[in-house]
Design a protein around this ligand. Structure first.
Ligand SMILES: [Zn+2]
Length: 80
């Protein structure tokens, strides 16, 4: 079995190991019955795991990550 697989009761965005909230998706694929299979990584404890969730939750998470990136880029573009 490759990697660890979890069905989280905690929020998707919380690390299953350290509880950190900086986890981010590194890969998303379609699972069975309209679910998404997300490979995610925690930058705090370096753990990589696999979770499944409702596809809509994955979409919302990816959208949030994209928004964060946009906001960060806007900060960089604004300069000091
Ligand atoms: Zn962690």
């Amino acid at each position: 079995m490759a990697g660890r697989s979890r069905h989280p009761s905690k929020p998707l965005t919380r690390c299953g190991d350290c509880g950190g909230t900086l986890v981010y998706p590194v890969a998303v694929r379609t699972g069975n019955e309209g679910r998404a299979v997300i490979t995610r990584r925690c930058p705090e404890c370096q753990v990589v795991d696999i979770v499944t969730c409702e596809a809509v939750a994955a979409i919302l998470w990816l959208r949030r990550e994209a928004q964060i990136r946009t906001d960060l880029q806007a900060c960089l573009d604004a300069g000091p």
